[in-house]
Design a protein around this ligand. Structure first.
Ligand code: ADP
Length: 539
């Protein structure tokens, strides 16, 4: 990773800025460096200055001199508070650092987008192809009366996995009533039926899916160059990645050079909105039901952590593990191996986040929690939080922010987590160990950025470039979020969205909500993923 290491000094009426550029441990002595000084109070710009190569910024009076790799700028200034923006270009790549100079001290001021662009993020392991299917009357016509009757009966006690076509319908309706879910397809014949369905004119689109696929493509769109690890990577999966996503195979290479299998991992995604109906049962919300295919090969065999260069790691996909594989290995063993790998990353001080997904199987859910003792951070929505708490407390509810916070605290305490994050429709909550993570102000910045991203994506369906973030400007903050904020101010002494809870600090943010979203698939992933990466950048 290339890094700018600056030092600003004020000596009498002169300001001296020393800048060093490092590529890993190596001092770069031939970088092009440009510096912009801005008086924050008066908003006056000093002439832009740079080493000679950075032609856009050259100025005759103030030149950044390269003294064997110490890029030095001296200028006269009476400014008390000013902003210094330093650009460094090496091997065709430009990075930027912003500093605030005030009362003789410098403070780094990073913008979320700058962090995303400079962080080396590794993501593993679930990448799949999402085949999105419309939920409408045409689906009803595919089943006869007897099947319909069975579906309505099965709805009373859903199996939460897919053995038959009936289970697919039960899953869709149950998700319409109680919120989005993902069930595993255990009968291959159902896959055949779903493939046929996709040709019936019910197919909406084919997209990248899985947290790793979704988050890495988003980071790439925003200018980052993330690296993925996926145990299954077909040509069709690889083709859905953005150009600047890399893969470890082993060694960091463009995804297209890392194809490992013919067969793709496919999820069938039934998207619905709150006006949809199936067999006269009305949806209560916008959402989706996912029928996920199972593959023997879809389990991680982590690449050597010592050969990986990462500033942050995001893990996900464990809900897809099978209890037992044909070769005798089990989900428990895979999780144990993952823990060893995570411990290796922790030794190297790389922050690790685990993103959860609803996991219907209780014993698998229990095994996944073993990872909690080893990672720094976990993220989830409120239903996933409820599922977690239900492992020990059958009566758990997540009816409001107070209930959510109570459970977040229990989980953080039980597993000794440094950070836990929950997103809901209307607000996000982060709880982290005081002094062991990031300042609450910077956490709020990360949360606000994630909220803008989610709003822009819900509003416009896709984020194709960084400028699309502006679509969030017209979206207003949720009333639910604002009401919950008031409640917390009255009940837990929260001020400006921040309060202390024993050794933890809580940060709360009411968030933007799009009233008629174009799409909601993957919103939670991009919220959690972007927020964690940005927070890591502030560490
Ligand atoms: P997924 O599993 O599809 O990523 P989650 O259920 O984990 O989804 O998260 C969805 C999150 O997306 C919600 O918690 C909410 O914060 C956000 N979200 C959902 N709908 C909207 C919307 N219309 N506008 C803004 N944010 C939304």
């Amino acid at each position: 990773m290339v890094e700018i290491v600056p030092e600003v000094k004020k000596i009498g009426e002169y300001v001296v800025i020393f800048t060093k550029v490092y590529e890993g441990p190596r001092l770069v002595t031939d970088a092009d460096v440009a510096v912009i000084i801005e008086d924050v109070e008066e908003r006056i710009f000093l002439p832009r200055t740079s080493t000679t190569d950075f032609s856009v910024y050259t100025s005759k009076e103030n030149v950044v001199e390269n003294l064997s790799g110490v890029y030095t700028l001296i200028f006269k200034s009476l400014f008390k508070k000013f902003k210094v923006t330093i650009f460094a270009r090496t091997k065709g790549k430009t990075i930027k650092k912003v500093l605030l100079f005030e009362r003789g001290q410098t403070k780094e001021e990073k913008e979320p987008l700058d962090i995303i662009r400079t962080m080396n993020v590794l993501l593993g392991f679930n990448v799949n192809i999402d085949k999105i299917i419309y939920v409408d009357k045409r689906l009803e016509k595919l089943v006869d009366r007897a099947t319909r009757k069975r579906i309505l009966q099965d709805l009373i006690k859903p199996r939460k996995k897919i053995d038959s076509v009936e289970d697919v319908f039960v899953g869709i309706i149950d998700s319409m009533k109680y919120g989005g879910q993902e069930w595993v397809i255990e009968n291959p014949e159902v896959v055949g039926w779903l493939k046929g369905l996709y040709k019936e004119g019910l197919e909406k689109e084919t997209k990248i899916g899985g947290q790793v696929g979704i988050i890495s493509n988003l980071l790439a769109v925003l200018g980052g160059s993330p690296t993925i690890y996926s145990p299954v990577l077909s040509r069709e999966q690889a083709a859905l990645f953005r150009k600047n996503v890399f893969s470890v195979c082993p060694g960091r290479r463009p995804v297209a050079e890392c194809i490992s299998t013919e067969k793709s991992k496919i999820n069938w995604v039934f998207e619905f909105d709150r006006t949809d109906k199936l067999f006269n049962i009305r949806s209560k919300q916008d959402g989706r039901f996912i029928a996920g295919s199972q593959m023997e090969e879809y389990r991680p065999a982590w690449p050597d952590i010592n050969n990986i260069d990462a500033d942050a790691i995001i893990l996900s996909g464990f809900h897809l593990l099978k209890k037992k594989y044909k070769d005798g290995s089990t989900a428990k063993q895979i999780i144990k191996k993952t823990i060893e790998w995570v411990d290796g990353a922790a030794k190297r001080n790389i922050p690790i986040h685990l993103e959860l997904t609803c996991t219907e199987d209780e014993s698998l859910r229990e095994s996944i929690t073993e990872l909690f003792y080893h990672v720094d951070s976990v993220g989830m929505n409120e239903s996933e939080l409820k599922q977690l708490v239900k492992l020990t407390d059958r009566k758990a509810t997540v009816k409001d922010s107070l209930a959510i916070i109570k459970h977040m605290k229990e989980i953080a305490d039980r597993f000794g987590l440094k950070r836990i994050h929950v997103h809901t429709l209307g607000y996000y909550i982060n709880l982290y160990k005081t002094g062991e993570w990031v300042s609450p102000e910077n956490i709020k910045k990360a949360m606000a950025f994630a909220s803008d991203l989610a709003a822009a994506k819900a509003f416009g369906d896709a984020i194709e470039k960084a400028e699309d973030l502006r679509m969030s400007d017209s979206v207003s903050v949720s009333d639910i979020g604002l009401k919950e904020q008031e409640k917390l101010e009255q009940n837990i002494n929260m001020k400006n969205g921040i309060t202390k809870m024993n050794d933890y600090t809580l940060v709360f943010l009411p968030t933007k909500v799009v009233s008629h979203p174009k799409s909601t698939v993957g919103l939670g992933d991009i919220i959690s993923g972007s927020m964690f990466v940005i927070e890591c950048g502030y560490r």
